[in-house]
Design a protein around this ligand. Structure first.
Ligand code: ATP
Length: 264
């Protein structure tokens, strides 16, 4: 497969007031890659994803998706992308069929295609009995499955996933991981943001680590291992983010819970 750049960030920076959240991000993502986008809380991951989705429009630098500058070509590219948000806004008073009809409609899909895909995909996730049930009664994992279907029902070429496995049981996780693998091998591009390091390690063929608004590592898991001489992605993450005091923090935490703040 010819290597086509699907997503390109050039010198992308973002500030909120006087706080610099992202500093000169440069990143080219190629077709068929599964990017594991990781970093500590507050590093700027969601901000980057929201900029690429066009949800944050004021930033410095350039973002191109499918070869088009998203500032100039604001809407067309969105038909070819899908998104699972971290804290999914989902319309509780709707049923999955109503919700997916709404989403599919936004992507210009025919209603009969939406309905037949919804029925078939819900069945594969063992949700066929709740197609007509209001989402308000769903468990976290059931909602997550509906969000996942909503992100992919229009067969997008580029998929942004923020903690897509959150709330899923072990069996469902295996299905979603396999789906992502198959999609990538068919040439879809996946941008995967998560804090579950062993999943990122297994699923991604390229890992990008963001810390304090900058890319501090970018490569395959094996390349990152060689670079930092650590074993697991969790250990690499700790090392590259300069974190080695989890024990001390935990000790202090438990001590204060038991005996109160010694300085207080
Ligand atoms: N609307 C906003 N106004 C001001 N500051 C913001 C806003 N949104 C995000 N930030 C700040 O930008 C920084 C990066 O936030 P962001 O949500 O991108 O982090 P993240 O890497 O996704 O974190 P997490 O892993 O916790 O989801 C944080 O310091 C956050 O407080």
């Amino acid at each position: 497969m010819e290597e086509e750049v699907i997503l390109s960030l050039k010198n992308v920076s973002k500030s909120y007031g006087s706080t610099r959240v992202l500093e000169a991000i440069n990143l080219d993502v190629y077709q068929g890659q599964i990017i594991g986008y990781i970093g500590p809380n507050g590093a700027g991951k969601s901000t980057t994803v929201k900029m690429m989705l066009g949800l944050i429009s004021s930033f410095e630098g350039d973002i191109e998706i499918f070869g088009e500058d998203i500032k100039k070509n604001g809407v067309a590219y969105k038909k070819r992308i899908g998104y699972v948000p971290e804290n999914g806004e989902i319309y509780d008073s709707l049923t999955p069929l109503e919700y997916l009809s709404f989403i599919g409609g936004l992507y210009g899909m025919d209603q009969h295609v939406i309905t037949s895909k919804t029925m078939a995909l819900m069945r594969l996730f063992e949700l066929e009995n709740v197609v007509y049930t209001r989402i308000s009664s769903f468990s976290k994992g059931m909602r997550q499955k509906v969000l996942f279907i909503a992100s992919i029902i229009h067969n997008p070429d580029l998929l942004f996933l923020d903690e897509p496995l959150s709330g899923l049981d072990a069996n469902s996780m295996m299905i979603v991981k396999e789906i992502l693998d198959q999609l990538a091998s068919e040439g879809k591009t996946i941008f995967y943001s998560s804090h579950i390091m062993d999943v990122v390690e297994k699923i991604s063929n390229r890992i990008v680590l963001l810390a304090d608004g900058q890319i501090v590592a970018d490569g395959t898991f094996e390349q990152l291992q060689q670079q930092s001489q650590e074993g697991s992605l969790e250990e690499i993450f700790n090392q590259l983010t300069g974190f080695d005091n989890h024990q001390e923090i935990a000790n202090s935490f438990v001590e204060i819970v038991k005996n109160g703040d010694p300085n207080g």
